[in-house]
Design a protein around this ligand. Structure first.
Ligand SMILES: Nc1ncnc2c1ncn2[C@@H]1O[C@H](COP(=O)(O)OP(=O)(O)O)[C@@H](O)[C@H]1O
Ligand SMILES: [Mg+2]
Length: 226
C-alpha cells in the first residue's frame, strides 16, 4: 500500500442543533507517499474539513479514511495521539505560534510530548530552524518577526517531529506575495529533500501550480484532478 492518505466515499456531516451541514459528500481520493498535492476549491467546499480528517483531528460520519494504511477511527486514544504527533505535521493560515515563547521554544513544544532527552530536543529544534533558514532568529518572539518568518517557525514546528505527512491549510493566506512565494519554495524543497508527503490547501493559483497535482473540490466532492 503506497498511499499516504486515502479517502473512500467519505461523508462528514456537522450537526448544529437540528441543522445538518454536509461538508463532505462522498469524497474519494488517494495521495501517494512523497507526493506534493494542492487542494483547491471555493470557500465552504470542504477543504479544511478534508484536512482535519486527513490529520486524524476528526472522524468521518460515513466512509473510510486511511492514513499511512491505518484507520484512525479504529485506534485507541493513545494510539491516535501517537499517530498525530509522530506521523503528521500541521501548518495553519494564522501560524498559531505561542506569543510569549521564542522561536526555538515554539519549535520544541511538539517534542515535549515525545520521549526524547532535553538536549536532543534542543538539537532537533535547532536543526528544524536551520532547515527553514531561521537559525539566526532562534531567540526572537513571534511579534519580533515578519509574517513570512513566523510561518517559517510554524513550519519548523511542524517538521521537528519528522512527520511523514505535512498538511498546510492556506499557509500563504496571510502573507504578501513575496513572502508567499518564499513559503511555497520552502515547502516544495522540504517535500523533495525530506520526502514528506505534502498537502497544501490554497486559493492561490501560484501555490497550486507548485504542486505535482491539483485536486479541485466543490460541495464536498472531487470535481477535477490534473
Ligand atoms: N465545526 C463546524 N460546524 C458546523 N459546520 C461546519 C463546521 N466546520 C465547517 N462547517 C461547514 O462545512 C462546510 C465546509 O467547511 P470547510 O471545510 O471549512 O470549507 P473550506 O475550508 O473549503 O472553506 C461549510 O458549509 C462550513 O460552514
Ligand atoms: Mg478552510
Amino acid at each position: 500500500m503506497d498511499d499516504a492518505i486515502r479517502f473512500e466515499n467519505v461523508w462528514k456531516i456537522y450537526r448544529m442543533g437540528k441543522v445538518e451541514v454536509p461538508a463532505l459528500r462522498g469524497l474519494s481520493l488517494s495521495i501517494r507517499r512523497g507526493e506534493h498535492v494542492a487542494i483547491m476549491g471555493p470557500s465552504g467546499s470542504g477543504k479544511s474539513t478534508f484536512l482535519h480528517l486527513a490529520g486524524a483531528l476528526d472522524h468521518p460520519t460515513k466512509g473510510r479514511v486511511l492514513i499511512e494504511g491505518r484507520d484512525p477511527s479504529k485506534l485507541s486514544d493513545a494510539e491516535l495521539s501517537r499517530l498525530r504527533n509522530k506521523l503528521i505535521g500541521f501548518v495553519f493560515q494564522t501560524f498559531n505560534l505561542i506569543p510569549r515563547l521564542t522561536a526555538i521554544q515554539n519549535v520544541i513544544l511538539p517534542l515535549t510530548l515525545q520521549d526524547i532527552p532535553q538536549s536532543e530536543r534542543r538539537k532537533r529544534a535547532e536543526e528544524a530552524l536551520r532547515q527553514v533558514g531561521l537559525a539566526h532568529r532562534m531567540n526572537h518572539r513571534p511579534n519580533e518577526m515578519s509574517g513570512g518568518e513566523q510561518q517559517r517557525v510554524a513550519i519548523a514546528r511542524a517538521i521537528v517531529t519528522r512527520p511523514k505527512i505535512l498538511l498546510a491549510d492556506e499557509p500563504t493566506g496571510n502573507l504578501d506575495s513575496h513572502s508567499a512565494s518564499e513559503i511555497v519554495e520552502l515547502l516544495t524543497r522540504l517535500n523533495k529533500e525530506l520526502g514528506v508527503t505534502l498537502v497544501v490547501v490554497t486559493h492561490n493559483p501560484d501555490v497550486g501550480n507548485a504542486a505535482q497535482r491539483i485536486i479541485k473540490i466543490r460541495d464536498g466532492v472531487v470535481y477535477e484532478e490534473n
